[in-house]
Design a protein around this ligand. Structure first.
Ligand code: NCD
Length: 311
């Protein structure tokens, strides 16, 4: 298989093909085995990753820092930019030049849509989008698709349910596009009317011959889902806190809803959860968010960094 990631930024799932994803998944499998056997590899000895988070991050930040260390490299960890020159008014393009002088690869999370591609224009090293406002979160899409691929024989026959804040949730934007490229044909989108999947994403999926069902009711649709992908209502994107309060618990996954779900279904969540999955679900064997999804993020991010830095 060909490595199309080498020396390139990863900004959007739009530039990724099915073959590219399978390349990452295969490498993630190999790296997983090496990590289990030896804890680390030395593939990226001498390479430095800068992780710059202009927005809060737990998993994405920590898993990238862990990933580079388990590949034998070093890191510049900036979780929050308040003690950097950004606080003094440095522009995004200057910051890109600064960290390009120190690091071989930059992971960037920023609250503004489009900011990561703007940053990448001034950077002289590859940049990975770790979330640009409400638009995209491509590495989360890779790790979620990888997790799904481990549980179903093929992507062609599964029905993927995406639930919650589909308007502002960047993970579902990247994930729906990647899954459609991998062969998923049926999606069920569950959200309040105000937080529906953006129309350009829905029309893009329809152009790829996907069947899309949009509904406000999780109760009446959960039995048809193979994947139950829950998301948090994105508080930080609301200008009116009262509107957020109204919708924040629009969907709560509990035991009685899970009784209506298929026994073969799986429950995923990019995390953090803030009430939309009750703790009583955590011990359900179908709940994979703590058990597998997060850990897969490490292997998949190792594979992405390695593919970008080594031909
Ligand atoms: C997500 C994000 O930041 O978009 N978290 C993550 O990266 N695992 C989801 C969220 O914050 O709701």
């Amino acid at each position: 298989m060909k490595n199309n990631f080498y020396n390139k930024s990863l900004i959007s799932i739009k530039s990724v093909s099915k073959e590219d994803s399978l390349y990452i998944f295969e490498m993630a499998d190999k790296l997983k085995n090496e990590v289990i056997k030896k804890g680390k590899t030395n593939d990226l000895e001498g390479k430095i990753l800068a992780a710059l988070c202009y927005e809060p991050s737990s998993r994405t930040f920590s898993s990238f820092i862990t990933a580079i260390q388990r590949l034998g490299g070093g890191f510049i960890p900036l979780n929050g930019m308040e003690y950097t020159s950004v606080d003094k008014g440095e522009t995004i393009s200057d910051t890109a030049k600064v960290f390009s002088s120190y690091a071989d690869i930059i992971v960037l999370r920023h609250p503004v849509v489009g900011s990561v591609s703007e940053f990448a224009k001034s950077a002289t090293v590859p940049v990975i989008n770790a979330g640009d406002g409400s638009r995209e979160h491509p590495t989360q899409a890779f790790l979620d698709s990888y997790t799904i691929g481990k549980h179903f024989k093929s992507f062609e026959n599964i029905t993927v349910g995406l639930v919650g804040d589909l308007l502002y949730g960047r993970t579902v934007h990247s994930l729906s596009l990647l899954l459609s490229k991998l062969g998923v044909k049926k999606f069920i989108f569950i959200s309040p009317d105000l937080l529906k999947m953006p129309p350009e994403i829905v029309s893009g999926l329809k152009m790829l011959n996907c069947e899309i069902t949009e509904s406000e009711s999780l109760d009446s649709s959960i039995g048809n889902m193979d994947i139950i992908y829950m998301t948090r209502v994105q508080k930080e994107r609301f200008s009116d806190i009262l509107v957020y309060e109204k919708y924040k618990l629009a969907y709560i996954l509990n035991k009685s809803l899970m009784q209506k779900a298929k026994s073969s279904s799986i429950v995923l969540h990019p995390l953090p959860r803030v009430g939309e999955i009750l703790e009583e679900i955590d011990s359900d064997p179908r709940a994979l968010y703590f058990r597998e999804e997060m850990r897969n993020g490490l292997y998949v991010r190792m594979a992405i960094i390695k593919s970008i830095l080594i031909q």
